[in-house]
Design a binder for this molecule. Structure first.
Ligand code: SF4
Length: 676
């Protein structure tokens, strides 16, 4: 390392990429980030970082960063000072109220910022129309786990995986999407844990697995219910746990007896003996953990998939104990926190229902709050297309790439009367804005992120922001103040966090002073409470304290037919992140792995008469994308894959959704392939 590249100081903070939430030391020289190393004291990563955490942070100083507020005038953006931008926004927003307004919060922003945006939406704009990208990743986990167990979060901790006797990794390509958790799974296997992988694609983790079940895409409910049926047949259920801690077992038992093995085999494509072998391994292990991600949730029956997993854990008593549990791996760095902060249309901060807790929040916030439930993310765009939502405030999101069936999103953004986009870079979405506001990145502000295992951690300002960029919390406060709204007189994130502690019971015992010594996992109910490594030690947090068996239903969104004979799966890559707003600025990342291909099994390529590198048109019922072919033997015949980072992929996906959670069918669709 050249002397000029050696850090002269280090700042302890948290990686801004995925929900693992690795502790990081940024090496700073002058005002530049010149290095990054994993924090060896942080229990999440113990010094480890993946390629993004170690080498992909210098988007912070990229020349394309937004530095000045921009207002659209005669079709062109002109730079203005903050006073003018804030006055302009306050004046425009005062023309709208209630359901005419909506806001999209951000899993990339801090807890404090998400808290303030939902407070602004509810108290100033009198609307519950606030949502964020959890709708597109773990809304089914929130709905299903809240209903069956009491809380929508990971039940146990990342480090417990190392001590679990058996890990079931289902619908998660962990090495690509949560790399540091994958290290821990592999470490567990090396120390004697058994690993069951369930995935339509032969993913990297399969190399370490004791059992690999390759089910047809989207057939998780019959597969998991097959495991439950086998556990019942083998008499491996935990009767004591079921009797003392659950309800609904009798009807679940009948449901399992009625299932037909022939149907399970034909739907999943897996022989019953293989399902039975996996079930016996899971159920006979003294402790067993489930990890899952969007391969489970991004379906029209995503909530049912999670109900199925919850039933499996309940059947075997793998809840409420260390090294067990059901663990949704959250995608973005602060998606857990954005949900905790109430950036949801039906829940206030701390998952308190807008029906039950309205009076409490009216008292706290000293104002009348709207009664009607707000609309979910996709409905925001649908209502904008219909002219019902007229003003939209988007903080740190790029929906024109991230939502399904993007032609509708484009129409909504064109139709909307007043659009504010607040971000660190110009994005595909900001092209439609009336005002663009330059925000600070994770390295230029203080605050907290909550990682996938409910761990609240401090992030710290390390370098100066470009030009006049400001933290998102500051911008929201200024707009609210200009609109004459009380309750936004915060000087710093610590003060905002102090208010959060007052209204979110699970955060009550957490404070900035305590966080200086390391992260704390919620619930943390008092200053003396060390936080909670695993949930439900003292019983479930549903109303009567008994966890519920819930009968899952099964349906596929689309099945291959003569017009659309191939299945398309979408997914992520280790080397890119989300819509690439940040990773596209890192030279070299794209060279590790190109993300713009349609991947297919070479046998399908031969049948179609295409070779690697040839162009194909990928056509679904929603749209068409032209791209090159790459062969990948890990894919089943008849199944293709495109990366979510490849922008046009959401022209192909559908906005048809899970009725229970609003999750669209992002994971699997049917396509035709036309060689060019
Ligand atoms: Fe960052 Fe996630 Fe990689 Fe950790 S695993 S370094 S949090 S991207």
């Amino acid at each position: 390392v050249k002397k000029s590249e050696k850090p002269s100081r280090e700042v302890k903070t948290v990686c801004p990429y995925c929900g693992v939430g690795c502790g990081i030391y940024l090496g700073i020289r002058g005002d530049r980030i010149v290095s990054a190393r994993g924090d060896p004291e942080n229990p999440v990563n113990n010094g480890r970082l993946c390629v993004k955490g170690r080498f992909a942070l210098n988007f912070v100083k990229n020349v394309e960063r937004l530095g000045k507020p921009l207002i659209r005038e005669d079709g062109e953006f002109k730079e203005v000072e903050w006073d003018e931008a804030i006055s302009f926004i306050a004046d425009k927003l005062s023309k709208y109220t209630g359901d005419e307004f909506a806001a999209i919060a951000s899993a990339k922003c801090t807890n404090e910022e998400n808290y303030l945006l939902q407070k602004f939406t509810r108290t100033v704009m009198k609307s519950n129309n606030i949502d964020h990208c959890a709708r597109l990743c773990h809304a089914p986990s929130l709905v299903a786990l809240s209903e069956s167990l009491g809380s929508g979060a990971m039940t146990n901790s990342i480090n417990e995986l190392k001590h679990s006797n058996c890990i079931l990794a289902i619908g998660t390509n962990t090495t690509e999407t949560h790399p540091v958790i994958a290290y821990k799974v592999i470490e567990a296997v090396k120390n004697g844990s058994k690993l069951i992988v369930v995935n339509p694609t032969r993913i990297e983790l399969v190399r370490h697995a004791d059992i690999y079940l390759r089910n047809k895409p989207g057939t998780d409910v019959p597969l998991i219910m097959g495991m439950c049926k086998a556990i019942l047949d083998e008499n491996l259920i935990n009767y004591k746990f079921i009797k003392e801690k659950t309800e609904g077992f009798e009807s679940f038992k009948k449901y399992l007896y009625d299932l037909k093995w022939d149907e399970i085999e034909s739907v999943t494509g897996i022989p019953r003996d293989d399902i039975r072998e996996a079930a016996i391994l899971y159920a006979s292990s003294p402790t067993a953990s489930i990890i899952y991600a969007m391969g489970i949730t991004q379906h029209v029956n995503g909530t049912d998939n999670v109900f199925a997993l919850s039933n499996l854990a309940l059947l075997t008593g793998n809840l409420g104990r260390a090294n067990t549990g059901i663990n949704p791996l959250r995608g973005q760095n602060n998606v857990q926190g954005a949900s905790d902060m109430g950036a949801l249309p039906d829940l206030y901060p701390g998952y308190q229902s807008i029906d039950d807790a309205r009076e409490k929040f009216e008292k706290k916030w000293q104002c009348k709050l709207p009664r009607e439930k707000g609309v979910i993310l996709l409905e925001i765009f649908e209502n904008a297309c219909k002219g019902k939502i007229k003003a939209l405030y988007i903080m740190g999101e790029n929906p024109i790439l991230s939502e399904p069936d993007i032609k509708n999103v484009k129409k909504a953004l064109e139709t909307i009367e007043f659009l504010i986009v607040q971000d660190i870079f110009p994005t595909e979405t900001s092209k439609f804005a009336d005002v663009i506001l330059p925000a600070c990145s994770f390295a230029e502000k203080d605050g907290t992120f909550t990682n996938t295992e409910r761990r609240v951690q401090l992030i710290r300002s390390a370098v100066r922001p470009p030009e006049d960029a400001k933290p998102d919390w500051w911008i929201i406060c200024k707009i609210a103040e200009k609109m004459g709204a009380p309750g936004f007189e915060f000087e710093n994130p610590r003060e905002i966090f102090d208010e959060i502690r007052e209204v979110v019971p699970a955060y009550k015992g957490i404070s900035y002073n305590r966080l200086e010594n390391g992260g704390i996992q919620w619930p943390c109910k008092s200053r003396e409470d060390p936080g909670t490594d695993f949930l439900y030690k003292d019983g479930f947090t549903v109303e009567n304290g008994r966890a519920k068996f819930i009968l899952p239903s099964f349906r596929l969104f689309e099945t291959p037919d003569k017009d659309y004979p191939f299945i398309l799966i979408t997914g992520r890559s280790l080397y890119q992140y989300h819509t690439r707003t940040m990773t596209s600025k890192i030279k070299g990342l794209g060279e590790f792995k190109d993300w713009k291909f349609l991947e297919m099994n070479p046998i399908d390529g031969e049948k179609l008469g295409v070779r690697e590198g040839d162009f194909v048109l990928v056509k679904s019922r929603r749209g068409v994308v032209k791209t090159r072919v790459k062969f990948n033997e890990a894919l089943m015949e008849g199944v293709t894959f495109m990366s979510f980072h490849f922008a046009p992929v959401n022209r192909l996906t559908s906005s048809v959704r899970d009725p229970l959670s609003g999750m669209p069918a992002l994971k699997v669709s049917c396509v035709d392939l036309i060689p060019q």
